[in-house]
Write a protein that binds this ligand. Sequence first.
Ligand SMILES: [Fe+2]
Length: 187
Amino acid sequence: MDRKFAEKLLLEAKSMNEGAWIEHSYYVAHLAEKIASKAGMDSEKAYILGILHDIGRRNGNMQARHAIEGFQFLTNIGFDEGARICLTHTFQYKDIEAIYDTWDCNDDEKHFLTEYLENTTYNDYDKLIQLCDALSLANGYCYAEKKMVNSVLKFGFKDTTISKWKAIFELKEYFDGKINGDVYSLF
Ligand SMILES: [Fe+2]
């Protein structure tokens, strides 16, 4: 997978299901690239993973299901690292109930996801896209708190919400440490 091909996939997805998620994907990618280059990570890979993290939305408007659709799509074209990110970016807090929206998928798919998360130890790229997703809207960047509040106003407060918020703050601290500065200064 290279940058050009990842961008081509996003453009193709745009023609299938245009929406705010396209711009959001570019914002996630650019922030991931910047943080990665300061953190001594592979910035090209970070950009590509950011571009493709929501690619499941190509298949139509959906809620948490987009994670599974993206995983299947990228697995089918042989990009396993990207497929993984489609699933992991949704779970800053590792619990399949810890989504802001709802599970529009069947029990088999939820079972698959539960096992996948249990057997996965997050690497720095999982964490990076989780953080960038939490700081990126469709029209730019925001402090983590803003997206947290927006999401809860939109979807409601759940038993897992506080744990998810704590996990997002931990990610912010983790990458502040890795870049030896403040992630917010890179917006
Ligand atoms: Fe997503």
